[in-house]
Design a protein around this ligand. Structure first.
Ligand code: MOS
Length: 751
């Protein structure tokens, strides 16, 4: 079929497909009834259990492991150590492009962080493997650990985040500061945070010859298959990853880690399936975290409260042996208009595991520092924080000059402020108290997150009974992708959602791209949409070539798909059902396929972001310094909303994470031992229900015709950004104390 004769479906809004409806999660019943099978729920025949022994020191060498004692345990089958670990086809000390890190797979006796895997014990039962690991009784040559800012080794990183330049500058910074009437300078520290997904990193690996089946939670299947293939010297198509459900990922399940590779290695070595499930404390080390940052901002402002220069410097911690530099300063590149901006990063080597992407990498930490500094600049100018932001938000993306969806941002400011009642806010701090005498403060922050698009593929099969099967490999981390993507597919196919069977979570399906960067719905969704179009085009070709069809010859006129029927565009009374078209053609099905990615010209011409504004109320005990976030209102614009229930829940999740970031989260090192003292969910605090304030998310309407054919933007990470600053700024408004480190502590507020 040539492009000229192909019936056109693009830009059609179809009906009866449930897109835009607040459907509940299609997998919800499976989950609440315990029928959803997570990786660790798999028990193949002949299964062995592996447990990692991990280092209790943070720097040095393992000098002795009592392997004989462990092997003497009746249940223990094998003990893997650097002495007997079989070789890998890819050097584990080399990063695995594009996103991989150096992995800890017993390649030497060095210890580079606490909780580093130093041996793997494989046994007939979990209990035996656990006991075997204890029997190893490791001994060490201990060196003094470097886990604090003053002991770390500073260096100039080659890249930040995933391949971004460490330094980005435009405009004349010196001239900008020279033109300023005031310069506001701030310093903000953010802690190391750990992903703490409810489901630990778990894996079940089973080999058959040179093929391996791997059950594991995974955010990026095609990349992981390629990585396993490289480590094990087999073709990628010999790796089948099954990841139907994830109990959270947050970035920590996007990139392979050492324990997973060890489990696959053990299964091959022993010729039996092996299961490895990390304990909670073992997740504080080899599977990534959000690295410490220490950020300095300088903001110059002129007499009318306009920013004249913006300088954001971030010192970001990484491990002693690999680099992931939190691209925190880059948060200042995209939001506020300034004739000159400099964003730059330095690295700091510590004896910790290597950090990695964690929900809103860069923006979460960076916007915490930026939004508190912006607030302080507003105060210096004697301006209301909202008025200051309205005077300074970007109309075009700073640096590139590409049009920014600033109308959406203005709407977020306006609707959020209105709903919150911001207009009644006194300018000076310490002006409001509640009836119990608690200090009350109101603060705000701007939310912003980029809209990445990953190449993705999908297949759509229209079947003779009028139902459809749609397939793409991506994963549902709990965010509701199973539901939103099925809604998109149903819309593309002109079918009610109940007629659409949706398969994902298997690497053998068409590559669904990466479930990360808040880009999964847009990326996999576009592939599903296009695959649906392709299937309908094939169906239309059958109909318009068939003299017996009411659609005969309609190829050039165009067809509209609705509720399982194709209609002539010029005369919608002339229509035929999918079932009838397939029946007469004698076909069991038609199959559509698509490989989709963003139109590069559109991305070149337009700045693409999800926007938002977050307003916070806090109450602070004036004697004890205890802070409670009492009210949080976020207004977000993310293009077309496929499922408002799921989107709202994503915003809530982000905002709640913002509460945790501002007030609770942080890994605490004992600098004498280098160990994390709160490596569990009892001591590593995250918000529980009682910590979560009254929460509202306003879904601001936005029609963005450039971002992709669906008009869909990301919603997963934007909610964290802005929220941390909003809470910190509200604390200042309540107490008059500026926040310099997160999480905020009682002692910072009681002078
Ligand atoms: Mo995310 S940090 O892109 O899962």
């Amino acid at each position: 079929m040539s492009p000229e004769t192909a019936p056109r479906f693009s830009q059609q809004r179809r009906h009866g497909s449930n897109a835009g409806q607040p459907l509940t999660r299609r997998d919800g019943t499976l989950k609440v009834t315990g029928r959803a099978v997570y990786a660790a729920d798999n028990h193949p025949q002949g299964l062995l259990y592996a447990v990692t022994a991990v280092s209790s020191i943070a720097r040095g060498r393992v000098t002795r492991l009592d392997v004989a004692a462990a092997k003497a345990h009746p249940g223990v089958v094998e003990v893997l150590t650097p002495a007997n670990r079989p070789p890998l086809a890819h050097d584990p000390n080399e990063k695995m492009p594009p996103f991989g890190f150096r992995v800890e797979v017993l390649q030497d006796d060095g210890v580079r962080y606490a909780n580093q895997p130093i041996a793997l014990v494989i046994a007939e039962t979990l209990e035996a493997a656990t006991e075997g690991a204890v029997l190893l009784k490791p001994q060490y040559a201990v060196e003094s650990p470097r886990t604090g800012r003053s002991s770390g080794l500073a260096f100039a990183p080659a890249a930040v985040g995933v391949g971004s330049p460490p330094r980005t500058a435009f405009g004349d910074l010196a001239a900008g500061f020279a033109a300023a009437e005031r310069v506001t300078e701030t310093e903000t520290a953010t802690p190391a945070q750990y992903h703490n997904a409810m489901e630990p990193h778990a894996i079940v690996a089973a080999w058959e010859g040179d093929r391996v089946v791997i059950d594991m939670p995974n955010q990026a299947m095609a990349l992981s298959c390629a990585a396993y293939a490289a480590y094990f010297g087999i073709p990628a198509e010999n790796v089948l990853i099954r990841s139907p459900f994830l109990g959270g990922g947050f970035g920590s399940k996007a990139i392979l880690n050492g324990p997973q590779i060890l489990a696959v290695l053990a299964a091959r070595m022993l010729g039996r399936p092996v299961k490895l499930v990390l304990s909670r404390s073992q997740m504080y080390g080899p599977v990534g975290h959000r690295g410490h940052t220490w950020q300095k901002l300088r903001i110059g402002t002129d007499g009318s409260g306009r920013i004249t220069a913006l300088h954001h410097h971030a010192l970001a911690a990484t491990s002693s042996f690999d680099e992931f530099i939190e691209p925190a300063a880059n948060a200042s590149l995209s939001l506020y208009a300034s004739p000159a901006i400099l964003a730059e990063h330095d690295g700091l080597r510590l004896d910790t595991g290597t950090p990695g992407p964690m929900r809103a990498p860069g923006e979460a930490s960076g916007s915490a520092a930026l939004e508190t500094a912006i607030d302080e600049a507003a105060e210096a100018c004697g301006m209301d924080p909202l008025a200051f932001r309205l005077a300074n938000y970007a109309e075009t993306e700073p640096g590139t000059g590409r049009p920014f969806s600033s109308k959406a941002l203005r709407e977020c400011y306006a609707q959020g402020a209105e709903r919150f009642g911001w207009a009644g806010r006194p300018l000076a701090p310490r002006q409001m108290r509640d009836r119990q005498g608690f200090l009350v403060g109101w603060g705000m922050g701007t939310a912003l997150f980029r809209c990445p698009h990953f190449p993705a593929e999908a297949r759509a099969t229209l079947r003779a009974d009028g139902t459809a099967l749609v397939e793409t490999s991506g994963a549902d981390m709990g965010q509701g992708a199973w539901t939103a993507l099925a809604q998109i597919a149903a819309e593309a196919l002109g079918l009610p959602i109940d007629e659409v069977e949706f398969h994902s979570g298997r690497s053998s399906l068409p590559d669904g791209g990466i479930a990360g960067g808040s880009g999964h719905t847009a990326s996999a969704g576009l592939a599903l949409h296009n695959a649906g179009e392709d299937a309908l085009a094939r169906l239309a070709e059958l109909a318009s070539a068939d003299p017996a069809s009411p659609l005969f010859g309609a190829g050039n006129i165009g067809l509209v798909a609705r509720s399982g029927r194709l209609h002539r565009r010029d005369d919608e009374t002339r229509s035929e059902s999918y079932v009838e078209i397939l029946r007469r053609a004698g076909r069991a099905e038609v199959v559509g396929f698509a490989k989709a990615m963003r139109d590069p010209a559109a991305a070149e011409a337009h700045a693409m972001y999800t926007h938002g504004a977050v307003f916070a109320e806090v109450k602070v005990d004036p004697d004890l310094g205890q802070v409670r976030a009492t009210r949080l209102i976020g207004a977000f614009a993310a293009g077309r909303i496929i499922n408002p229930r799921l989107v709202r829940s994503q915003y809530f999740g982000g905002m709640i994470w913002g509460v945790g970031f501002a007030l609770q989260e942080g890994a605490v090192h004992d600098h004498r031992t280098g160990r994390i003292m709160n490596a569990d969910l009892a001591e590593y605090h995250v918000p529980v229900n009682a910590d979560v304030p009254s929460l509202e998310a306003i879904l601001v309407e936005e029609d963005d015709p450039y971002v992709n054919a669906l008009g869909v933007k990301g919603v997963g990470e934007v909610g964290i950004t802005g929220t941390v600053g909003a809470i910190a700024n509200a604390i200042w408004h309540a107490t008059g104390v500026r926040i310099r480190r997160f999480p905020v502590r009682l002692e910072d507020l009681v002078a």
